[in-house]
Ligand binder design. Structure first.
Ligand SMILES: Nc1ncnc2c1ncn2[C@@H]1O[C@H](COP(=O)(O)OP(=O)(O)OP(=O)(O)O)[C@@H](O)[C@H]1O
Length: 328
């Protein structure tokens, strides 16, 4: 399903800074829309202006020109409380109140909704528990912030934003401190959240592989060109990703690292993940896996995993390390 209702519009927007009373334009000619129910990854090389645009969209810095329109209303006309009920933000800044508990920090997400007496309603309590559950941080709730690793703190900051329950969520490099499992988990969680709650989620990221697999759209910022917006796959096929990142050693046709296959050719018989990992080891050592070659390798998986090599006599080995030694 392709999401449609526009919730955020950037119109002729120019973002940047005022340095010594002079304007320093970082990104200009920005005309983009964010739609409900979609996860958009905002990508581009270091220093191109991703954080600058994100800070402008969430009102943390002023635009140099143009407009940010949120649900038909100009950002400049929204009160701080309206904005807090519309956009939740996870930035990369460090939290200063390390003595606060995880649960208290997540609960801060409800502050735009509570009155002067700061009394949580049953809906607030429900949202706090839901955010903790969705982000899988149950085991951390009673810890103090200073007791958390950078990765755990990152998930807690995302939980606070989820708890704020806004139609737009904006995150600046939310996977920066996470290990592989947590990176995949966080991106999948954001992608599911966009679908299940119809939120529009914009995240700046450098994770090209995960963005290509999970984003509904990519906003691609390159130096001196307007930001390009498209399906991840279209941006691969039309060469835009390649031209912005000038990828070296990453094969966009397969989504994998390019290998220098100059060592020789081998024929490989086998199937499933054993075949794929064998091919990976062979290619990493410069062997091109082809249909017919003098060196023939057969994967045997009956009693135990073995590789049967037919060339220069016959050999059976039980590790890929030994396989590479035999054929070299
Ligand atoms: N307060 C500031 N005043 C002046 N220039 C700034 C300021 N903050 C950032 N810049 C400049 O703005 C440009 C864009 O920075 P920004 O942090 O937005 O890039 P980015 O795409 O988020 O980079 P990265 O991928 O490394 O996080 C950089 O050239 C940076 O030096």
């Amino acid at each position: 399903m392709i999401a449609n209702k526009t919730i955020l519009s950037l119109e002729n927007l120019e973002v940047g800074y005022k340095v010594n009373k002079k304007e320093l334009s970082i990104l200009s000619n920005i005309n983009l829309q964010l739609h409900q129910g979609e996860l958009v990854c905002f990508m581009g090389p270091n220093g191109v202006g991703k954080s600058t645009l994100i800070r402008t969209i969430c009102g943390a810095q002023k635009a140099l020109s143009g407009s940010v329109i949120i649900d038909s209303e100009n950002l400049n006309n929204l009160t701080a409380n309206d904005l807090a009920q519309t956009i939740s933000v996870v930035l990369t800044d460090k939290v200063s109140s390390g003595n606060m508990s995880v649960k208290d920090l997540v609960s801060l997400g409800r502050y735009p909704y509570v009155g002067w007496n700061i009394k949580f309603s049953s809906k607030d309590v429900e949202q706090i528990d839901r955010a903790i559950e969705l982000t899988k941080i149950e085991s951390l709730v009673s810890k103090k912030l200073y007791e958390l690793s950078d990765g755990q703190l990152q998930k807690v900051m995302i939980a606070r934003a989820v708890c704020q329950d806004t139609p737009i969520m904006i995150l600046d490099e939310p996977t920066a401190h996470l290990d592989l499992n947590n990176r995949v988990e966080v991106i999948n969680m954001l992608s599911d959240l966009a679908k299940s709650t119809n939120k529009a989620i914009l995240m700046a990221t450098h994770e090209l592989d995960l963005a290509l697999q999970s984003a509904d759209r990519i906003w691609l910022a390159g130096a001196n060109t307007p930001i390009i917006d498209g399906f991840p796959e279209d941006l691969v096929l039309n060469g835009k990703i390649d031209s912005v990142f000038e990828l070296k050693g990453f094969d966009l046709k397969t989504g994998r690292l390019e290998k220098n296959l100059g060592t020789g050719k081998v024929q490989l018989a086998g199937e499933g993940h054993t075949y794929l990992w064998t091919k990976n080891a062979l290619e990493r050592h410069g062997y091109d896996v082809v249909e017919k070659a003098e060196i023939q390798i057969e994967i045997k998986e009956d009693v135990e995993l073995r590789w049967h090599v037919k060339n220069k006599g016959e050999h059976i080995v039980n590790t890929l390390e030994n396989l590479i030694k035999i054929i070299s």
